[in-house]
Design a protein around this ligand. Structure first.
Ligand code: CDP
Length: 792
């Protein structure tokens, strides 16, 4: 068990410390968007399409308008008159704010009502009469490009099919050459099904438009307040400086709150029309059916190797379902996200991937659900293919991985698809996982159980993530470069406030960013306040997703603190009447100080320096008053955390129920700021991964009806489905991050699904099962045991 240090007693800086934000959360004092209540506030409800594909013949709103509590009813036609019916997506597509011509997925927004209370708004939706001319939908991604497939995006001029985009990476000729000479080639189709981030808090907004000042304040559940403000300004024509986006406490994002949703725009239009604040809050079904989904990749995997197990090449073609509108959030140069990292942790000779993305009559999305832009899909592909190769060669999956790992001395390592991995020691992490698991004993136990017909499986996965997008030369969203600002102010008494471009959604930034500053300045973390999630009060940056906060904003915070310290040195030199270079920075549990070199305890504390920076008396020539710094940090590279996971399952031969007995996770995210928070991030991600592997699935019937629209159908894991996690650590610092930290928030979500699937397939070896697609529900496992492991 972990031990905690009382925050008042703990030393400065990095290390395990209780979360500062929990003081308000455990007392029920958090402020989420739905807690915002303004005088005169109205409520908004959205009428959604019951069908997946239909032409809108007419919308009759008269009865709804006559409802005594209704203040406005808005249709797509009304928005079209004002040029607001379509808005840009983060992927350069357009999406209907309200449908005008057609509906293109079940749950699409058709009209909205603004009323005096939430109940009246919902009641009035029943009074709107929409006539639909139902069209045949495109549901199966494999059928989307058929000649006779119905055309979904006839709103786009000249569009003749459901093609969305093509993308490729790697070297096709070199890859074909290694496949030609390989002694062993293994092929498998792998489906990573459509899943949903399903954050605890659904999406919502409160818009308050001041008609006199022509100012908009938008409280919204956004993971990227600054980027959203810019896009709202460009789309709605409001000057950017008169828009304030506030993202207060957020109940989980996981990528779901990166896109701009029509509901945000509805709330803004509702407030402009009525002159009153307007609140919109999704219910659970709306969130699951109509907001950003994740994954939905059909991957053809091919791996080539020598008979003695040296992996030569990897090749894949991906069919990507992007739904009706391309609502992914990926840097512009990377329409397939960071799927290019699909060569994983292995030193191969060649690799090639091609991708065809298509539209279907499903909700827009393809968001990075707790992964850095499609890395979960990439890791799943390579880790399943390596296991399939191990099975083909009759090799242990650990020894095959060990044989092919990128070796520690090869870092920085340029992958065959052009990514520069910053640092790593993969054999060490794997060895630690084996040690914790007692791998040899587990294999012995498995052999013994197998002899009795019991289905015990041991699954191994090893992942490398790429997190911390930028750098801005390579990465932008709709032309906005991926760098992060940070401002640090030290008050006269030596306490500080740091203003960040990123925004916590539960990851504990108010604690870890305070720790970063505290460590650098020699003050207590409790003396550092973190301000975030408010565009009026924070510097510009592209937001929190893809585990980018620590690699980008974390670096910005450290560098800003170091600038403050540099200035403090000049001021201290003036106070002590010595040259700055004669001063030595020291820090112990009582705080930070500059001492005259070689003369301990003669110097001045950071608090004394702060007071002098703001106080009476002269400062050294050329030094301005105050002790502030600001920075916009553009990372040199991504950071590449990694980890070794081992999952042990038991499959009931009678019911095909999978029970996860043990899960061992060794993570390396470089220097850890707060061990407890890192563990929490890993525990949550592992639960996510078990959910995806065994339970979570947004399915559709042949009419395009979403079958995963409630938490009765879309199953997410509870404490009953997950084991006690067994975590281990190795630390391989990032060479380009100022404290060597790499991101960690999404590692476990990325690394765990293949470990679970590999374990289940291993358990089913007695039945000759080679592969079965997620989610490995009892019925899917049962089918596999009967030799029917068909894709969904
Ligand atoms: O961008 P996001 O906050 O989702 O992901 P992250 O940068 O991986 O950070 C998740 C949480 O773990 C934050 O509170 C980080 O400061 C903390 N963390 C840490 O303490 N040490 C690391 N090496 C990485 C993250």
């Amino acid at each position: 068990m972990s031990t905690f240090v009382d925050n008042d007693q703990r030393p400065l800086g990095h290390g395990r410390m209780l979360r500062k934000e929990d003081r308000r959360f455990v007392r029920g004092r958090g402020t989420y968007v739905d807690d915002i209540s303004l005088p005169g506030m109205l409520h908004l409800a959205v009428l959604r399409s019951p069908v997946a594909h239909a032409r809108i013949v007419g919308v009759d709103t008269l009865a709804a308008e006559a409802h005594p509590k209704v203040k406005a009813v808005v249709t797509g036609a009304m928005l079209a008159e004002r040029g607001l019916a379509w808005m840009p997506t983060l992927s350069g597509d357009v999406q209907a704010v309200l449908a005008t011509d057609k509906v293109r997925f079940q749950g699409q927004e058709v009209a909205f009502v603004v009323a005096e209370d939430r109940y009246a708004a919902r009641d009035a939706l029943e009074l709107i009469d929409v006539e639909y001319d139902v069209l045949e939908p495109v549901v199966d991604v494999r059928r989307a490009l058929d000649d006779d497939a119905p055309l979904i995006r006839d709103d786009l001029e000249g569009k003749r099919d459901n093609h969305c985009f093509d993308w490729e990476t790697g070297d096709p000729a070199a890859t074909a050459a290694v496949f030609d000479r390989a002694e062993v080639v293994v092929r498998q189709e792998l489906v990573f099904p459509r899943v949903h981030p399903a954050p605890m808090e659904t999406c919502g907004a409160v818009a308050d438009y001041d008609r006199v000042e022509e100012r908009l304040t938008l409280w919204a559940t956004t993971q990227a307040p600054h980027a959203h403000r810019t896009l709202l300004s460009m789309f709605a024509g409001l000057p950017e400086h008169r828009i304030r986006v506030v993202s207060p406490d957020i109940g989980g994002g996981f990528g779901n709150k990166v896109p701009i949703y029509p509901g945000y725009v509805h709330a803004i239009v509702g407030s402009m029309l009525t002159g009153r604040p307007v609140k919109w809050t999704e219910d659970r079904t709306e969130n699951l059916v109509a907001s950003g989904f994740a994954r939905d990749y059909v991957m053809q995997g091919e791996i080539a190797a020598t008979r003695d197990g040296r992996i030569l090449g990897l090749r894949s073609h991906v069919l990507a379902d992007h739904g009706a509108f391309n609502g992914t959030a990926a840097p512009r140069k990377f329409p397939g996200g960071f799927f290019g990292v699909f060569t994983g942790s292995y030193d191969l000779e060649a690799a090639y991937c091609s991708m065809t993305a298509v539209h279907t009559n499903k909700a827009p999305g393809g968001v990075a659900y707790a992964c850095s832009f499609r890395i979960a899909e990439a890791v799943y592909l390579v880790e399943r293919m390596v296991d399939l190769l191990a099975a083909e060669l009759g090799r242990d999956p650990v020894s095959l991985r060990m044989q092919n790992f990128i070796r520690p001395e090869q870092f920085p390592y340029t992958s065959r698809t052009g990514w520069v991995y910053d640092s790593g020691d993969y054999p060490r992490a794997m060895a630690e996982a084996l040690r914790i698991a007692g791998y040899d004993e587990l294999r012995a136990e498995q052999a013994e159980r197998r002899s009795r017909g019991e289905l015990m499986g041991i699954g191994v996965s090893f992942f490398t993530e790429a997190v911390g997008a930028g750098p801005r030369k390579d990465m932008d969203m709709l032309g906005l470069g991926m760098a992060d600002g940070c401002e640090l102010r030290v008050h006269p008494t030596g306490s500080a406030v740091i203003r960040l471009a990123v925004q916590t959604q539960g990851q504990g930034h108010e604690t870890t960013f305070a720790q970063l500053v505290a460590e650098e300045l020699g003050i207590r973390p409790d003396d550092v306040d973190v301000v975030h999630g408010d565009t009026d009060n924070t510097p510009y940056g592209l937001g929190t997703y893809g585990s980018r906060s620590t690699p980008v904003s974390g670096a910005a915070a450290v560098l800003a603190a170091r600038r403050v310290r540099d200035k403090a040195r000049l001021i201290a030199a003036g106070m002590l009447e010595v040259a700055p270079e004669d001063l030595e920075w020291t820090k112990d549990d009582s705080g930070g100080r500059f001492d005259v070199r070689g003369v301990p305890d003669t110097g001045v504390t950071i608090q004394q320096i702060a007071m002098r920076a703001h106080g009476a008396g002269d400062l050294p020539a050329g030094v301005e008053g105050g002790l502030d710094a600001q920075i916009s940090y553009n990372p040199d590279n991504l950071t590449y955390p990694f980890g070794a996971y081992i999952c042990v399952v038991d499959v009931d031969p009678g019911t095909a129920v999978v029970k996860v007995r043990r899960f061992i996770a060794v993570d390396d995210c470089g220097t850890r700021i707060n061990e407890m928070i890192v563990e929490g991030q890993i525990h949550g991600g592992l639960a996510d991964g078990i959910g995806m592997a065994l339970m979570e699935f947004i399915g559709f019937d042949e009419h395009g009806n979403c079958l995963g629209g409630s938490l009765m159908d879309y199953l997410i894991p509870t404490a009953l489905e997950v084991p006690d996690w067994e975590c281990g650590t190795t630390v391989t610092p990032s060479p380009h991050h100022p404290i060597g930290a790499k991101g960690v928030g999404e590692s476990a979500t990325v690394g765990s699904p293949p470990a679970v699937v590999n374990a289940v397939v291993d358990a089913l070896a007695l039945y000759g099962v080679r592969h079965a697609d997620m989610p490995l529900t009892p019925s899917r496992v049962w089918e596999a045991m009967q030799g029917r492991a068909a894709p969904p």
